[in-house]
Design a protein around this ligand. Structure first.
Ligand SMILES: [Zn+2]
Length: 169
């Protein structure tokens, strides 16, 4: 018996992101497709960026989790185009990031309607990142790399709290 595709999506939603375990792989939006080819389950994954060191771990986590559910024939496929963007992070995922103290990636517009710089322009001088604790836009980057390569360290000038900004793209 092949489990239904909807069931498999539910199972994949239980797999945490190895770098930011508060959100799942489906919250992150990197699982692009799930389908049966005969008795083999094919899971298509788009890495957050092509050199992301977590990719191998993610693939192993997917495989282990689905095997534990009784699926023994699994093929993981990598799809690099279109490239993952932070827009693919679900609303639930953004909420979880904020609750965890990580500024969710900026998706083009801020809550107050201002058009903000995209994540890809992180090295530019115009990036506005709201503090996940007090929502102030008066923040500055202190390091390009945070606790993992996918995060940058920022600090809020208003409440002085340091926080991580999720920058993988
Ligand atoms: Zn703050």
């Amino acid at each position: 018996m092949r489990p239904a595709i909807a069931q498999i999506w539910d199972w994949l939603a239980e797999v945490p992101d190895p770098e930011i375990p508060v959100i799942s792989l489906t919250d992150l939006g990197i699982i692009r497709d799930v389908g049966w080819q005969g008795n083999t389950l094919v899971v298509t994954v788009t890495p957050t960026y092509s050199g992301c060191p977590a990719t191998a771990v993610i693939n192993l986590d997917i495989e282990n989790h689905l095997r534990a559910k009784g699926i023994d024939q699994i093929r993981l496929e990598r799809r690099l185009s279109p490239a993952w963007t932070t827009d693919w992070i679900s609303d639930a995922g953004r909420e979880k990031l904020r609750a965890f103290g990580i500024a969710p990636p900026i998706d083009g517009t801020g809550a107050d309607g201002h058009v903000l710089t995209r994540v890809g322009a992180l090295t530019g001088s115009n990036l506005v990142v709201a503090c996940p604790r007090c929502q102030s836009n008066d923040t500055r980057r202190v390091s390009q790399f945070g606790s993992t390569p996918c995060k940058a360290s920022w600090v809020c000038n208003a409440c002085l709290e340091p926080f991580d900004y999720f920058k993988c793209h």
